[in-house]
Design a protein around this ligand. Structure first.
Ligand SMILES: Nc1nc2c(ncn2[C@@H]2O[C@H](COP(=O)(O)OP(=O)(O)O)[C@@H](O)[C@H]2O)c(=O)[nH]1
Ligand SMILES: [Mg+2]
Length: 455
């Protein structure tokens, strides 16, 4: 019997990031349970169509930079405890896996550890289930120490439950066919103890880390520009929007922020001010409850944002329900004291034509906190940037300054920190500025103006 690859998933995934790197080839299967079939421990029946749920898992896979070669709905008429799918289906899927030279398979459901292992053996590839996939995404995105600990805690809890389950399964198998040649009882007990010790240590550390969280937030604000966080459901178009808004701005200086966080990049607003755009982990439908803490922790960056852009797939049948979820979670996350404004970005406006398109445009125009756009076609990008600019510069105060000939450094500071409305140079080397100065930088500005300003 051929052994499945023993590579860790994170090793496979790490190749994914960065330009030029060969991305991991993946297949995504969404098991659609036909009437009467149910996955034990799985999600309750829900109203989303199998197609939507497949699309969502493909979106999740994309968040891990996977190269999705195959994606399909796989019908399951009767759940097999050992492999989930029936033998014929396992072979059929195996053929597409081979044809696509797939290295990683994602099953968009909860798999038992035994099912996972047996599918890995049958297909000779690494298999992730839905929870495993979500945890990988959280792990790749957690930035703060607290976020990393929360995610590790969720991963360990997941692993531990799997040890328990495969152990009970082994007990049942004892004396039977025994296709799981796994470790004996004592080894599993030792693993469990080790995991439990680590869980206890993490809980302890989390207590201390939360206390230092505010310090961390302050350091994030050393970034000299306002931070704009894109939030919304997976597949709403956050990454497409992120790329569209930042493409022209990818220059060497942005490497500064690349080291801070690969999902953060600088953008230029219409009147020259800069902001940092941050692409976040998307909201995930039917998020398993034990992952909620880890999910919130990976949204830490949203708490520190100066503006939240709530990206909605306005063409999606569930857009209203999804929007309510996002709003509720944001309210819980931000708490009453954080007043980051929220701008709704109604994405995929290109999906509407004629009268429908007009109605959408009017609905957006009627609200000061909504803009209809298409990240795909670029429609509405100017409006969006103006709306963003109006919000992030709303506390800027007008100023007028004449800088003397020795003020080169001061002028650089002005460009980096203020909005420069006009600049006029005189023959004598003086430069006259009309500016808008951020309230937070006013004190620094006044000191500097007293030094280099010409009365
Ligand atoms: N029609 C249309 N499709 C879009 C638009 N923006 C994104 N998409 C598609 O929606 C899918 C999900 O986009 P993505 O940016 O990955 O969503 P994310 O999960 O929110 O980051 C992709 O297939 C995109 O091509 C849009 O404005 N119009
Ligand atoms: Mg994305």
């Amino acid at each position: 019997m051929s052994e499945p690859k023993t590579q860790r998933v994170s090793d496979i995934l790490e190749r994914g990031e960065g330009a030029g790197a060969s991305r991991t080839r993946a297949a995504i299967f969404h098991p659609e349970l036909l009437r009467g079939a149910s996955i034990s421990g799985g999600q309750p029946a829900n109203l989303r169509s199998a197609k939507d749920r497949l699309d969502e898992s493909v979106g999740l896979a994309r968040a891990l930079y996977l190269d999705v070669r195959v994606s399909a709905i796989a019908k399951v008429s009767k759940v097999r405890p050992g492999t989930l799918f029936g033998r014929g289906k396992v072979e059929e899927l195996g053929a597409t896996i081979e044809a696509g030279r797939v290295e990683l398979v994602v099953i968009n459901a909860a798999l038992s550890p035994v099912q996972q292992r047996n599918l890995e053996k049958a297909w000779n590839v690494k298999v992730l289930d839905r929870t495993g996939l979500i945890l990988e995404i959280f792990a790749s995105r957690a930035q703060s120490r607290e976020g990393q600990l929360q995610v590790e805690l969720a991963q360990l809890t997941y692993q531990k439950s799997r040890l328990v389950r495969s152990w009970t399964h082994l007990e049942r198998q004892r004396g039977g066919v025994g296709f799981v040649g796994g470790p004996g009882e004592t080894q599993i007990e030792a693993d469990r103890r080790m995991i439990q010790n680590r869980i206890t240590a993490i809980r302890q550390e989390l207590k201390t880390v939360s206390r230092t969280r505010d310090l961390h937030r302050k350091s994030r604000h050393k970034v000299p520009y306002p931070i704009i966080a894109l939030v919304g459901y997976t597949n709403a178009g956050k990454s497409t929007l992120f790329n569209r808004l930042t493409d022209e701005d990818v220059v060497a200086e942005d490497m500064l922020f690349a080291t801070l966080d690969p999902t953060m990049r600088r953008i230029s607003l219409p009147h020259g001010a800069s902001a940092i755009l941050s692409d976040t982990v998307g909201f995930i439908s039917e998020l398993p409850t034990h992952l909620v803490a880890a999910f919130r922790a990976t949204l830490e960056e949203v708490i520190t944002a100066d503006l939240i852009c709530h990206v909605r797939d306005i063409s999606h049948a569930n857009t209203v329900a999804e929007s309510e979820d996002v709003t509720a979670i944001l309210a819980g996350l931000l708490g009453p004291e954080t007043g980051a404004p929220i701008l709704e970005v109604w994405n995929k406006a290109d999906q509407f034509e004629g009268e429908e398109a007009d109605i959408l445009a009017q609905a957006a125009a009627a609200r000061s906190d909504a803009v209809a756009v298409s990240a795909l076609t670029g429609q509405g990008m100017d409006d969006l940037l103006l709306a963003i600019e109006a919000i992030v510069t709303r506390d800027y105060e007008p100023a007028h300054l004449v800088v003397g000939p020795q003020g080169g450094k001061a002028i650089n500071w002005l460009y980096e920190n203020c909005e420069v409305l006009s600049r006029v140079e005189s023959d004598t080397g003086e430069v006259t500025f009309d500016l808008r100065v951020p309230a937070a930088k006013r004190a620094h500005y006044d000191k500097m103006a007293a030094k280099v300003g010409v009365p």
